[in-house]
Design a protein around this ligand. Sequence first.
Ligand SMILES: [Fe+2]
Length: 262
Amino acid sequence: MSRATGRLTVLHLSDVHITRDGRLYDRVDGVARLRAVGEYVTRTGVTPEAIVVTGDLIERGNGDAYESVRDAFDELERATRTPVLTVLGNHDDADRARVLRGHEGGHHRVVLVDELRFLLLDSSRGELGAEQIAWIRRTLRAPHGEGTVVALHHPPLGSPMPVLARAGLRDAAAFLDAIAGSDVRTVLAGHFHHPMSATLRDIPVSVGPALSYHQVMDAGPDHVSGHDRAMFSLVHLLPGGISATSIGLEHPDPLFTSPISR
Ligand SMILES: [Fe+2]
């Protein structure tokens, strides 16, 4: 926690879509983008409590890329001295992802990082299912320290994009019933490849942008269109709420750079 601000910080990455030959659509190098995130952390001096990655770690059909995914997350942990916590998305392969750290025995778990509790969920089949929801209820029965951050791939609501309007978590209502009234401070999700924020049952939900490609909002009523733009989210847990800031990795030519007098 930053002593100056009293806030806790979570770096939220999503939808890395790493491929076995290193490049998605011949252009997007997910491993290089994870390295760029590490450089952002060291360059800016941000000190996150944890780095959370909300699924689609690989592009579908690239299960043999998980060793390089694991190595890339190890490198990010070392570079930032911050634990990297991952969940699976619909592109992930539940069997082959067991080589990832923390996934050896299953894909949902609880991780304590000092006073913060992370509930890492498995929605790789588009839903959590009754068993996992019962586990969430049991786990949240007792509050923890500074509260709980929930991470899962599928947002518990639809996107405003017509083609993604029904792409949220299928058992969202049961999930929200399970976390309502608990010490959950925020839900972090991905999947849509565009940032979005919501408040459901009084809990802030932050859908992070994607590290691999950005879904533009004007692709038409029956299209999706991914553009080469890499972003992630910087989440601050504040004494009275949260903030989530989308950060781009691109550096187009600056229009201006000038000092600010304080
Ligand atoms: Fe994705």
